[in-house]
Design a protein around this ligand. Sequence first.
Ligand code: UDP
Ligand code: MG
Length: 160
Amino acid sequence: AHVVPIASLEQIEQTYIMVKPDGVQRGLVGEIISRFEKKGFKLTGLKLFQCPKDLAEEHYKDLKAKSFFPKLIDYITSGPVVCMAWEGTGVVASARKLIGSTDPLQAEPGTIRGDLAVQTGRNVVHGSDSPENGKREIALWFEESEIVQWTPALASWLRE
Ligand code: UDP
Ligand code: MG
């Protein structure tokens, strides 16, 4: 078994993935989690959560000036979401590829949005757009005690 030195823990890439309220209401939680799980990344945090308005606004603060911002906040707070933290080398960009384009009609078949959604305002899932935002968003949505460090038994079958 590998023991990860504390110093290198900071370097491990992390992404914040969230099943949005439409994904939860439509019963797509298992399907969406399954795509990341099968890819081979490591799940380190998972919870069902009702997002308060101030958290939604902080999460999407870069979009505050956009005309769709109020509707976006209503959407994200309209019902429970499923919050996830995933980690692994290259996880941020790879998760964005698994998720597909923001507009589900432009998203390739085989991607989550390409397969499961039809509109930008109901695009079922969020994924961080950079490693920096991955760390920022995980810190925003999770308590430190909710993040679990563990060594998957299959690690040596996923990476040589
Ligand atoms: N969004 C929207 N209308 C737009 C652009 C974005 O409702 O014209 C919503 C959509 O839910 C999107 C979220 O705002 O997922 C964040 O936008 P961003 O550009 O960051 O897209 P993402 O990173 O989610 O693909
Ligand atoms: Mg984004």
